[in-house]
Design a protein around this ligand. Structure first.
Ligand code: GAP
Length: 460
């Protein structure tokens, strides 16, 4: 029974990956040259869907609050950033090796794949579990003892290739926020609590990237550092957790698919005193979508120590001074996107025929509506449809012209990419200036006056 449900779930994942590629959402990176593992390219529909998710996040967490400040920091940063933050020493995963063919694996993944839960285990305990359970590599060979592997991509800045020119592709956007904390305070002097938000690329040399975009080597994060009085961290933590649930609702995730995990101390990142992971029921299983961490004054304290510049905040009109503490909600864009696609992917049957479609929330759909003439060889229909299309496109932007194949095929194609409504211009339109508006989810059709189309299609 268990096996069957796992198989069904993987079939769903495969169906999503195949739809994503076929319909221009997400392609393997460098595909034409055989690919580059852990990298993905967004196609015309994927880039819009991703931006819609990111724009919604920005609106929810930045624009609709009066104490949030946005930044867009450089990806390459002074190496001192990663020394002070602890990433050079501690941003590591346990790596073991197939002793025969030298293929490398993440030890915790090997355990998980063999039915052993690695949560809370030290690296030595993982090695013991491998021996005790007689676990071999996926090729059936003995595994080596584990060692740590730093996940940062190292590079050099400038012409000299020495220790002084070392830099890293940022593994989190957070440090670009911490290093701008002082700048924002100097420019705006906001009252506490206030937050600084950033969205952008992060890079991790994952030992085994897998599960589509879930674990990639290049991905995007949406992060907030929320600066608070040390006595008020708990209230801020709870407020941001509640706001996070609101956002997950906005992107269409059902509450029954969302779970909170209070991460035990031994599994928390080196900087965190409390972490709640939000997990989602992906087709691959229940996995981390995002995390909210209480980072205390760990980062600003380190910056002050290494840079010798004060990171203290003085409460206005008082002599009270301290280094603010930080609550950090950290979202992965790809994981949010994979949750959105998993939630939206639906199979049903229409007139006895199997249909697979994306039940995306209308405000996220890459195409808001498609406009078609019923028949493409009737110039009077095409002329009228073109006019309606241009008007709607002018107002809504993401409107698609679709006159390919018969009307049934057009509906299926639009359903598959999650287009909420299709507008069809037919002979009745020429008589009474109404069009057929067909709904993706119910497949029902209604006649709507052309002049009322815009309000019928608007979702904001
Ligand atoms: N600044 C805190 C931080 O980076 P993290 O738990 O390492 O914390 C935060 O990462 C989020 O970034 C994760 O919850 C996940 O959504 C996303 N993420 C991390 N590694 C990822 C990867 N290899 N591929 C895709 N998303 C990833």
């Amino acid at each position: 029974m268990q096996c069957m449900s796992k198989q069904v779930k993987n079939e769903k994942m495969e169906a999503i990956v195949s739809l994503a590629k076929r319909r221009g959402f997400i392609y393997q990176g460098s595909d034409v040259y055989g690919g580059l593992s852990g990298t993905w390219d967004y196609g015309p529909l994927g880039v819009t869907l991703k931006r819609n998710v990111m724009n919604l996040w920005w609106r929810h967490f930045v624009e609709q609050r009066d104490n949030m400040y946005g930044v867009d920091a450089a990806i390459l940063m002074n190496q001192k950033v990663w020394q002070a933050s602890g990433h050079v020493d501690t941003f590591v995963d346990p790596l073991c090796e197939d002793t025969v063919n030298k293929r490398r694996y993440r030890t915790d993944h090997i355990l998980k794949d063999n039915g052993v839960d690695p949560d809370g285990m030290s690296m030595d305990q993982m090695d013991e579990a491998i021996i005790k359970n007689d676990i071999k590599s996926p090729d059936g060979n003995p595994l080596s003892a584990s060692r740590t592997f730093n996940m940062m991509f190292k590079t050099h800045v400038g012409a000299a290739q020495d220790e002084g020119s070392v830099s890293y592709l940022r593994p989190e956007t957070a440090q670009g926020i911490f290093t701008n904390y002082k700048n924002v305070v100097d420019s705006f002097y906001p009252d506490l609590p206030f937050g600084i938000a950033q969205m952008g690329k992060a890079f991790r040399n994952e030992i085994s990237p897998r599960d589509f975009v879930f674990r990639s080597r290049e991905f995007e994060q949406m992060e907030i550092q929320y600066f608070v009085h040390p006595d008020k961290w708990e209230e801020a933590f709870n407020e941001l957790l509640a706001s996070t649930h609101e956002f997950l609702h906005l992107i269409g995730l059902k509450p029954e698919h969302i779970h909170e995990l209070d991460v035990p101390k031994e599994d928390r990142a080196h900087y965190s005193k409390k972490t709640i992971d939000i997990e989602y029921d992906y087709p691959i299983g229940k996995e981390e979508l995002l995390g909210i961490a209480y980072r205390t004054d760990f980062d600003l304290g380190n910056i002050q120590r290494v840079s010798k510049k004060s990171m203290e905040y003085q409460i206005k009109g008082t002599n009270e001074k301290f280094i603010p503490h930080v609550i950090e909600p950290s979202f992965g864009v790809e994981r949010a996107l994979m949750a959105v696609l998993s939630e939206a992917y639906t199979e049903d049957s229409v007139n006895g025929e199997k249909r697979a479609y994306l039940r995306l929330p209308a405000h996220l759909a890459p195409v808001r509506c498609a406009v078609s003439p019923l028949l493409k060889n009737k110039p009077e229909l095409v002329k009228k449809a073109r006019k309606v299309y241009e008007q709607l496109k002018h107002e809504l932007g993401n409107v698609m012209w679709d006159d390919n194949g018969n009307i049934g095929k057009r509906y299926r194609r639009q359903d598959e990419i999650g287009t909420p409504k299709c507008v069809v211009i037919d002979f009745q339109t020429l008589e009474d200036d109404t069009a057929t508006v067909r709904d993706r989810d119910t497949t029902s059709q209604a006649r709507v006056a052309i002049e009322s189309l815009l309000p019928a299609l608007q979702v904001d």
